[in-house]
Design a protein around this ligand. Structure first.
Ligand SMILES: O=C(O)CCC(=O)C(=O)O
Ligand SMILES: [Fe+2]
Length: 370
């Protein structure tokens, strides 16, 4: 079944009338408590180019021992490494109740472990205002230039695949796999730092998400290749995504941009070096001949996508929240479930994305753009 769409009148955050394309079938969700988080597209509001801003990483304020977040007095606390190189799982803490000192330490933990997964959370029930407030603690909220959002909250990135909206499942008609590793909207001049994803409805099985450590991906390279890549920048482009959105009949809220980011990025707090290229948005390495750039990116993309020994795969339930650092990881949805009748069922959630610094590489190499 193709995506079901209808048009609704609504009002923007400033109270202006807007037209929304609704990308789901109302009847399927009439009794869902999470209908407010379904995907809609504001077809009216346009945004100017993003402005540069000073970003302060909350991880700078953290005590590296994390005595507040990982307090010895919390007998319910359980902290498990998902794999040696990436991912930590936590139970016994509510994100919605963290103090600022705990959030600062969480920012550092996310940077160190790439992704931190919280179980048994009430986060999905605290309402959009508190959810946004939580996100804003870590940085300015990103508004996706083309993606689905949720009604009245354009900063939310809606995630929904059901029989009334097949989205990336449709890719399996032309591709062997629907997986695609990426760092979210890495084409932005100040691409995302910490990102939060939670699911409110999950399929019976399937629909996991996987992360690769880009720190480990960099570490694995030979010394001569590390040195070579450290001097280079790569083009990250939002143009193809905008073009695809236009051809799918979606509204482009903000004109696409491209950035030239260091291929090896240095995390501002941990100072760890990470590969910062991804198959989703990186188009070429600046200064190399076409065939050289293609060959090197092909090698790096294969390394990022296929090195299961530097990855973690997370199984969701509807009380799980994952937070990751886009500067030091790449991730992919795993859309292996069947949403037709008799299949594993639909998957619904939302993402809150905070913007980080202008990327810095080794020896002061900095991102540029036209
Ligand atoms: O749905 C997922 O598992 C991840 C989707 C994704 O790439 C994102 O939210 O950034
Ligand atoms: Fe993503």
């Amino acid at each position: 079944m193709a995506t079901t769409t209808s048009v609704q009148e609504a009002s923007s955050a400033e109270g202006h009338p807007v037209k929304l394309t609704v990308a789901y079938d109302d009847k399927i969700h009439s009794d869902s408590p999470y209908a407010a988080y379904l995907p809609v597209y504001d077809n009216t509001t346009r945004f100017p180019p993003t402005e540069l801003f000073d970003f302060h990483d909350r991880g700078h304020n953290a005590d590296p021992a994390k005595p507040n977040l990982l307090s010895k007095d919390n007998s319910a606390l359980k902290v498990t490494k998902l794999t040696p190189r990436v991912g930590t799982e936590i139970t016994g803490l509510q994100l919605s109740q963290l103090t600022d000192a705990q959030k600062d330490e969480l920012a550092l933990l996310i940077a160190e472990r790439g992704v931190v997964v919280f179980r048994d959370q009430d986060f999905k029930n605290i309402g959009p205002e508190k959810q946004k407030e939580f996100g804003k603690y870590f940085g300015r909220l990103h508004v996706h230039p083309v993606g689905a959002h949720v009604k009245d909250h354009i900063e939310f990135h809606s995630i929904y695949i059901g029989k009334d909206n097949l989205y990336r499942l449709g890719r399996s008609a032309t591709k062997l796999t629907t997986t695609g590793y990426h760092s979210d909207v890495s084409y932005e001049h100040q691409p995302p730092a910490i990102t939060l994803l939670t699911l409110v409805q999950v399929p019976e099985t399937g629909g996991d998400t996987a992360w690769t450590s880009q720190v480990a991906a960099y570490d694995r390279l030979s010394e001569p290749l590390k040195k070579f890549l450290e001097g280079l920048k790569a083009e990250h482009s939002g143009f193809e995504q905008a073009e695809k959105a236009r051809s799918d009949g979606h509204f482009v809220r903000r004109e696409p941009v491209r950035s030239y980011h260091p291929v090896v990025r240095v995390h501002p707090v941990t100072k760890q070096k990470a590969l910062f290229v991804n198959p989703g948005f990186t188009r070429g390495i600046v200064g190399l001949k076409d065939e050289e750039s293609e060959a090197i990116l092909k090698l790096l993309f294969k390394h990022i996508s296929q090195s299961a020994d530097i990855q973690a795969r997370v199984k969701w339930d509807d009380r799980t929240v994952a937070l990751w650092d886009n500067r030091v990881t790449a991730h992919t949805a795993i859309s292996d479930y069947d949403v037709s009748d008799g299949g594993e069922g639909l998957r619904q959630g939302f993402r809150i994305t905070t913007l980080g610094e202008v990327p810095e590489g080794v020896n002061g190499l900095r991102s540029t753009w036209e």
